[in-house]
Design a protein around this ligand. Structure first.
Ligand code: PRP
Ligand code: URA
Length: 211
């Protein structure tokens, strides 16, 4: 069974509270999502394997640690996942980036895939799938499905979101128990339109100023 972690670091919680506020504008929202993503990358990468390497400091030889595991691919679910990418590459600059385009039908809440473009060596990589919102879980589940269809293994995937609903967490964990799941907040419930309550509204619209 993969991990399920609520990232309750005080800085993450503080910044998340700021962007939940409906009065916050696009610029501040976008900058803060990026900052939160950087803090999340620190937490999500905590279990990356390291190995011993011998180096020479100005004082002499020493054995120290360096990263040893798979290289990273970040896969944002478009659109809103894009807002998290730069914050993660600030910490993991060599990560390759893939894209999965997905929109939710407003009536049925079913996700529809419209674009997939992944690094050629994606099956060899540790994959961080990112999307600010895990609501019904449909988009996240289909994004993992799109990667599995292309040969990726769930055990090599981590899904990171800012806000989740209990319904989405359950659906995602039931569908893909081996994928590690990280969220900054587990909110109360979904409303009848499939929005997370209290949530932060429509993440894509708030990031890109489309409403
Ligand atoms: C939002 C969000 C997730 C999805 C979550 O995207 O960014 O991808 O909804 O909902 P779910 O868990 O019920 O699938 P949306 O479909 O609004 O597209 P957008 O990012 O283009 O705005
Ligand atoms: N997508 C969003 O952007 N916000 C929600 O609350 C649910 C789905």
């Amino acid at each position: 069974m993969g991990k399920f972690e609520v990232l309750d670091h005080p800085l993450i919680q503080h910044k998340l509270t700021m962007i939940r506020d409906k009065h916050v504008g696009t610029k501040f929202f976008r900058e803060t999502v990026r900052e939160i993503a950087t803090l999340m990358a620190y937490e999500v990468s905590r279990d990356m394997p390291v190995k011993d390497v011998e180096i020479e400091t100005p004082m002499g030889k020493t054995t120290q640690k360096e990263l040893a595991g798979k290289k990273v691919a970040i896969v944002p679910i478009l659109r809103a996942g894009l807002g998290m990418v730069d914050g993660i590459t600030d910490l993991i600059p060599a990560a390759k980036i893939g894209f999965i385009g997905m929109y939710r039908d407003e009536e049925t809440l079913q996700p529809h895939e419209y674009f997939v473009k992944l690094p050629n060596d994606i099956t060899e990589r540790q994959i961080f799938i990112v999307d600010p919102m895990l609501a019904t879980g449909g988009s996240a589940i289909d994004a993992v499905g799109a990667l599995v269809k292309r040969g990726c293994e769930p055990k090599n995937m981590k899904f990171a979101c800012l806000v989740s609903a209990p319904e989405g967490v359950k659906a995602f964990r039931d569908a893909y128990p081996d994928v590690d799941l990280y969220t900054c907040a587990l909110d109360d419930h979904l409303n009848k339109d499939g929005y997370i309550v209290p949530g932060l509204g429509d993440a894509g619209d708030r990031l890109f100023g489309t409403k």
